[in-house]
Design a protein around this ligand. Structure first.
Ligand SMILES: *Cc1c(COP(=O)(O)O)cnc(C)c1O
Length: 387
């Protein structure tokens, strides 16, 4: 049986997969089971920050793999402690909780916000304000946080205590803050799954101001926007705000599963012994990989991410068949004349792997994609959009 046939037979049918079987890769180029070369413009949905089988990352991971692959959180291990230190020093946050995915990082964020507000203001302050068109994960609670009705259907009852207000609508946010007894305000600075839509600076700074005035934890979901993706270490850093809770995952591990919830001074001691936990959280191999990723995201590297972003915007904006280009850094949405799915399938035929987000073609290339490879892919995407 082919890989595709086996998968269709035995793997739960939750994914609409593209007709590609990937076998191996190096950097931003994959090889398919048919020997075909594919340029990767999706990095496993923003995960392989330094591409496939990157030498530095492989060395960091394999060195740890041969020493100690798992210890549990009953003991201290160096990669976990050092990664937490690096994340705190680079963000000004004070404590980190490690988990295994974006949804789990958000679950922890929600628990921190609820416990902080319950202790500070009372049990009735449990509601988290999220945004319409947001995406926060697939567990029942993060699904409840996700402001997109079509994800909720047939999974009711959801976790109570979430309201969603329209993105970039300051009046709606003020109204919710005044009326819903909030425990937190939670958003992505660029809505990824929602269609690569950046929030306005006015909305983000107003939310931060309201959160501070009313002592409501400000929670930024940086699962997709984090770890250099937008051209800064974390997306919130474009807006001059300091969140109370930052959740991240995807690009952090460079390809291994890890989630992290960063807590500011204000909420750093909210979780105590027994309040939360994860068997795999802080796994030494995942943390060693993540530490190698975080160490490389310095200002010079992030400036290159921004330069590549500027190149993509200037190459695509106004090109034939392209209505608009949105996003930040190497997180880009393209509104095309033809349906996004058709463009993606045509790009596959021409050897380029892209993603979609809602009605857009979405690009999340590896942050270190070489300029010549990027140019080759962009030309092919332009051709596909023009037809
Ligand atoms: C992908 C994503 C998640 C969920 O992450 P998982 O690792 O799939 O659980 C949550 N929030 C945002 C913004 C995401 O992009």
């Amino acid at each position: 049986m082919s890989i595709t046939a086996l998968d269709k037979e035995y793997v739960a049918g939750t994914y609409g997969r593209f007709p590609v079987e990937l076998v191996s890769g190096k950097g931003s180029v994959f090889t398919g089971s048919d020997g075909k070369r594919y340029i990767d413009m999706g990095s496993g949905i923003g995960v392989t920050a330094f591409g496939c089988a990157d030498d530095v990352w492989v060395a960091a991971v394999t060195a740890q793999l041969g020493k100690l692959q798992h210890a549990s959180n009953l003991y201290y291990t160096e990669p976990c402690a050092k990664l937490a230190q690096a994340l705190c020093e680079k963000t000004g946050m004070k404590k980190v909780f490690f988990s295994n995915s974006g949804a789990e990082a958000n679950e922890c964020a929600i628990k921190v916000a609820r416990k902080y507000s319950a202790e500070k203001k009372g049990d009735e302050y449990y509601t988290i304000i999220t945004l319409v068109n947001s995406f926060h994960g697939r567990t029942l609670t993060t699904l409840s946080a996700t402001g997109q009705e079509h994800f909720h259907k047939l999974f009711n009852p959801l976790t109570p205590g979430f309201v969603s207000v329209e993105a970039n609508n300051v009046a709606a946010l003020e109204e919710a803050v005044a009326t819903c007894k909030p425990a937190g305000i939670m958003f992505e600075v660029v809505q990824g799954e929602g269609g690569v839509l950046p929030l306005t600076a006015e909305f983000v700074t107003t939310a931060a101001k309201l959160a501070k005035e009313h002592d409501i934890p400000l929670m930024v979901d940086e699962v997709q926007t984090g770890n250099g993706r937008t051209g800064k270490l974390y997306g919130y850093m474009h807006f001059g705000i300091q969140p109370d809770i930052v959740s991240t995952a995807k690009g952090l591990g460079g390809g291994l599963p890890i989630g992290a919830t960063l807590m500011s001074e204000k909420v750093q001691n909210v979780l105590g012994p027994g309040d939360h936990g994860s068997t795999y959280g802080g796994n030494p191999v995942c943390c060693a990989g993540a530490l190698s990723v975080i160490d490389r995201l310095d200002d010079a590297f992030l400036a290159e991410v921004q330069a590549k972003s500027a190149y993509i915007f200037s190459a695509l904006e106004g090109a034939a068949g392209i209505q608009s280009v949105s996003g930040m850094g190497l997180m880009i949405g393209i509104k095309t004349d033809r349906p996004a799915k058709e463009i993606v399938l045509e790009c596959i035929k021409k050897g380029v792997l892209c993603l979609t987000a809602k009605d857009k073609v979405r690009l999340l290339p590896a942050l270190n994609i070489p300029m010549d490879v990027l140019k080759e892919a962009v030309e092919i995407i332009k051709e596909a959009c023009a037809n």
